[in-house]
Design a protein around this ligand. Structure first.
Ligand SMILES: C[S@@+](CC[C@H](N)C(=O)[O-])C[C@H]1O[C@@H](n2cnc3c(N)ncnc32)[C@H](O)[C@@H]1O
Length: 378
């Protein structure tokens, strides 16, 4: 395997994200100096050196992971898929002993059997590496090089996962309540609400504290994945100093002295304790106050951005309860000077119960669940 230089090697990357957050992620990438930033459905493509790969992993708030784009080519048959993968210089990334499992998906394409495509990509990768390393057997005991493929409208894209665990795994939420919002989705909503270093925020359904913690990380400019590890760190592909430099860069840009403050509440005292525990792990507890309270007792405040991920019932009885909660929210979320409300719900009829049309709506996916972000800021 050749060692690719630190900055010299310009690579193309793909960062997948929640549908609806592509422009937010593209904004993040542009602000951190990525080149050729191109949003697409559920992902953003960009380019940069190895330093950009490290920076993106450490700093991105709304990306699910950072993948190296190895190749993209038409593939209507297994043969085309096989030959396309075989031309990729995988030996530049994958060493003799490295593990290289394959995962992927296909949509609106002739090649639709995922297990078959997976087997073909693996076979082609093995053939390529066999020829390069002159060995027949791969122990795959070394560092993990997860190969990912996507086949969309008969075009295959082959990628290598530099992140390892998904980037929503910031390290602060070992425990969560029953229905936590994903960290990357919460971060996207926070970006849309324009949280700044002087903002005041509130979450009256704080659960495990995701909105409050993500808002604090954003306001204090703390890189969300500063303290975690990434798969590519084990590859020996880029100098460990690059990772160190990018972590130091993140630390230097942190804002320690800000007016930002987050308040939260939840009906369940265990959630209140959990929010505090998670905020402590994230290093932002000092910027937060959390109490046990029912949404009925919420009082709207000037100059405050309120985030809400209210409970939504799956069963009919639960659904009635959640509709009642929407009604209560409509009453207590009163219009206030410079206050905004950002509510995520899967219910199309949310506004009917809430009692007011949103000033803006945005379609977002919470995992596979289609939701809307109802925004009130007038
Ligand atoms: C969907 S969860 C919120 C998850 C949270 N965003 C997170 O990331 O962990 C809804 C939360 O609303 C709380 N809740 C339910 N009914 C409530 C009420 N009447 N007043 C305040 N909180 C309530 C639940 O305890 C639960 O933690």
């Amino acid at each position: 395997m050749q060692k690719l230089g630190m900055k010299m090697t310009e690579l193309t990357y793909i960062a997948p994200c929640h549908f609806g957050l592509e422009s937010v992620l593209a904004g993040e990438l542009k602000r951190m100096g990525a080149q050729a930033v191109t949003p697409d459905n559920g992902k953003v493509e960009f380019s940069g050196g190895m330093d950009m790969m490290a920076r993106a992993n450490i700093n991105l708030r709304t990306a699910e992971r950072v993948l190296i784009k190895l190749a993209s080519f038409p593939a209507k048959s297994f043969e085309e898929l096989f030959q396309g993968v075989k031309t990729i210089p995988l030996e530049d990334f994958i060493g003799k002993k490295d593990a290289f499992p394959v995962k992927g998906w296909s949509l609106n394409s002739q090649l639709h059997s995922i297990p078959d495509c997976q087997a073909i990509v693996k076979k082609a990768a093995v053939e390529r590496l066999k020829a390069h390393y002159h060995q027949d057997w791969f122990s795959e005991t070394g560092p993990m090089h997860q190969i990912r493929f996507s086949i969309m409208k008969d075009t295959a894209t082959i990628m290598l996962d530099t992140s390892g665990a998904g980037l929503h795994k910031r390290g602060y939420r070992a425990k969560s309540n029953e229905a936590p919002i994903k960290e990357t989705l919460a971060a996207g909503i926070i970006d849309l609400a324009r949280v700044k270093d002087f903002s005041q925020v509130y979450d009256p359904f704080c659960g495990s504290g995701t909105f409050l913690i993500e808002a604090a990380l954003k306001a204090l400019n703390i890189p969300p994945c500063l303290r975690r590890k990434f798969a590519a760190q084990d590859w020996g592909l880029c100098d460990p100093i690059v990772w160190q430099q990018e972590r130091s860069r993140g630390l230097d840009l942190m804002k320690r002295d800000t007016e930002f403050f987050a308040r939260g509440s939840d009906l369940d005292p265990e959630c209140v304790a959990l929010t505090k525990e998670n905020a402590k792990k994230a290093g932002v507890l000092k910027k937060m106050s959390v109490i046990t309270a029912d949404i009925r007792d919420f009082t709207a405040k000037e100059n405050t951005i309120t985030f809400a991920n209210p409970p939504y019932g799956e069963r009919l009885l639960d659904r009635r309860e959640s509709e009642q909660i929407y009604r209560t929210m409509g009453k207590v979320f009163r219009r206030m000077e410079r206050a905004g409300y950002y509510i995520i719900s899967p219910h199309d009829s949310f506004e009917t119960f809430y009692g007011r049309k949103a000033d803006k709506r945005r379609k977002l996916y919470n995992g596979m669940m289609k939701c809307q972000l109802f925004q009130y800021f007038k």
